[in-house]
Design a binder for this molecule. Structure first.
Ligand code: SAH
Length: 371
């Protein structure tokens, strides 16, 4: 916002032009400068001549799941792609919304097929953290996303779904491709843009980290911040280092110290995510270790049975095993929830996001979605 105001002032325009640009980009989600009807025509032309561009990531592909989840493959200005997931918590009906790829919804009204929805957004192209159970890790990291590219994914999905403000029913989770805390500045800037520009309250946003300990401390000091989730995934150092090699850099002791010292707000809980891998980290003894780890922290635990894939060296545990793990946590007084997989059939579930479409030099798209 300040940057846009400075841009306006620097080009001899009144300061409120900054606000007009801001509203057009983040609230109206326009994708061309010449659509900003609140600005004088000469100013739009001038901005364009100066090389300023606005735009949303292009929706390259859309995959719709039988459970209502929609996975978007977004193409960025440099041709890189990331994935963004729309998860409507519908009222049970088959909404069928958004199944026609490529349609334009200009100023459409929200179809009343969901009461609240969650958008899962990517923070990097690929990921540098090599968790052994995650598809995105197989890509390596290509680059960080800019703040505008993070917000742009959300704006593009909202536009595609025909969602208009007020946005009290839209949650944002920074749990797509990438490690948000390895792109910390841009991630935080996107949070501010979402809160101040798009109108999504900070309490409706959650960021998940694999455990970049120094950034957890930084994050705790932020005035405006989403809720925090930490991917635990192992109940002791040996196990966690095996499935998340980054544990060798920041051990469980350091991670749990940061978690313990994290300044929670009134009624706020820290979330720990625990991906259950059959026969690896899903035993009762390991559940008891988790109880000891989180003792004294105002926390809840989200259990996620592995979303499987041929490229991954792990299996999904039986439901009974998952429930047994949950029972031990709950019996120890720790709120624990089993997360329902969303969009597994379209590879939209946690850890399944990867580049599914390669663009050939001829510019044709070919799907490489496997298994
Ligand atoms: N880099 C961040 C956010 C992206 S991963 C992080 O690590 O937290 C989001 C969540 O998906 C994490 O909790 C991660 O442990 C989980 N996850 C990754 N691969 C998965 C898979 N194959 N099945 C289920 N959950 C997975």
């Amino acid at each position: 916002m300040q940057e846009l105001t400075n841009l306006a002032l620097g080009s001899g325009q009144p300061a409120y032009r900054g606000q007009q640009l801001f509203d057009a980009i983040y609230r109206q989600k326009i994708d061309r400068l010449d659509q900003v009807s609140t600005l004088p025509l000469e100013y739009r032309v001038w901005l364009t001549e100066q090389g300023w561009r606005v735009g949303l990531p292009k929706i390259d592909r859309k995959f719709s799941s039988s459970d209502g989840t929609v996975r978007y493959l977004m193409e960025l200005a440099d041709g890189q792609t990331v994935e963004t997931v729309w998860m409507p918590e519908g009222d049970g009906g088959e909404s069928g919304d958004g199944s026609e790829a490529g349609e334009e919804i200009e100023g459409g009204t929200a179809p009343a097929t969901w009461r609240r929805a969650t958008i899962c957004v990517s923070s990097q192209v690929g990921c540098a953290v090599s968790c052994k159970f995650c598809f995105t890790a197989l890509l390596g990291v290509k680059r960080n996303l800019e703040a505008g590219e993070i917000v742009g994914q959300i704006a593009a999905v909202l536009r595609d779904q025909g969602v208009e403000p007020p946005l009290q029913r839209v949650n944002i989770v920074f749990m797509g491709m990438g490690e948000p805390f390895l792109n910390y500045e841009n991630f935080m800037k996107s949070v501010r843009l979402l809160a101040e520009g798009v109108g999504i309250p900070e309490s409706r946003m959650t960021v998940s980290t694999a455990g970049i300990v120094p950034r957890i401390y930084d994050f705790g000091q932020e005035e405006l911040r989403p809720k925090l989730a930490i991917s635990l995934n192992g109940s002791n150092d040996a196990l966690r280092s095996e499935v998340m090699p980054l544990n060798r850099k920041w051990s469980l002791a350091e991670l749990m110290k940061a978690a313990r010292e994290f300044p929670l707000r009134a009624r706020e809980r820290l979330t720990f995510e625990y991906v259950l891998l059959a026969g690896v980290n899903d035993a009762p003894q390991q559940a008891r270790e988790v109880v000891e780890l989180v003792r004294g922290i105002r926390a809840k635990i989200n259990l996620i049975a592995l979303n499987p894939g041929a490229e991954l060296p792990y299996q999904t545990p039986e439901q009974e095993r998952v429930l047994g793990f949950q029972r031990i946590l709950v019996a120890a007084g720790i709120p624990a929830f089993v997360r329902r997989p969303r969009g597994r059939d379209i590879f939209a579930a946690c850890g399944q996001l990867k580049r599914t479409v390669e663009v050939t030099p001829a510019g044709e798209s070919k799907s490489t979605l496997s298994s």
